[in-house]
Write a protein that binds this ligand. Structure first.
Ligand SMILES: [Zn+2]
Ligand SMILES: [Zn+2]
Length: 166
């Protein structure tokens, strides 16, 4: 399955040792304005594409997984290039290993995945002006209220698979 009409969604690190491909469009795209994301990126927000782990394929290289504290206390595993240390995706304690948070800025064409929602806007840096028409919430949100039905179906398939494997 192709990611979209305009070709695969490929990305990678800065030194090009890690190269990956998203086999489909993500479930949803977060623009997170929390302080933790501000610190981790060194900038005003983080852009993450949420996608099933088995839809992220390594084309080249390997990742090094670094255990990192997270706001929830459950921790996150940040996958980084072992050479240039750029982070390409995270897995959070809450959603487990099945869903990856792929860092949009590591895509070759990051413009193709604009945010579907702005979250934790309570700590948004004041000069960031949010676009009209994109949902924005002060903290987190319920997927059932914002995700398209197709993504909710994909998520349901994921948790069905998880209970089968336990
Ligand atoms: Zn690298
Ligand atoms: Zn955040």
């Amino acid at each position: 399955m192709d990611a979209s009409d305009s070709g695969p969604l490929d990305g990678g690190c800065t030194c090009r040792y890690v190269r990956y491909r998203l086999s489909t469009k993500p479930l949803f795209v977060h623009c997170c304005h929390c302080r933790w994301c501000q610190r981790e990126t060194g900038t005003a927000f983080a852009l993450n594409a949420l996608i099933e782990a088995d839809r992220v394929r390594l084309l080249h290289g390997e990742v090094e997984v670094v255990d990192t504290p997270s706001a929830s206390g459950k921790g996150q595993k940040i996958s980084r290039c072992p050479k240039c240390r750029i982070a390409v995706w995270s897995n959070y304690g809450g959603s487990g290993d099945l869903v990856r948070f792929v860092r949009i800025g590591t895509l070759d064409e990051p413009d193709r995945l604009p945010p579907d929602i702005h979250i934790y806007t309570a700590s948004k840096q004041p000069w960031v002006v949010l676009p009209a028409g994109t949902p924005a919430v002060e903290e987190y949100y319920q997927a059932s209220k914002y995700w398209p039905q197709e993504s909710l179906d994909r998520r349901a398939a994921l948790s069905a698979g998880r209970s089968k494997n336990q």
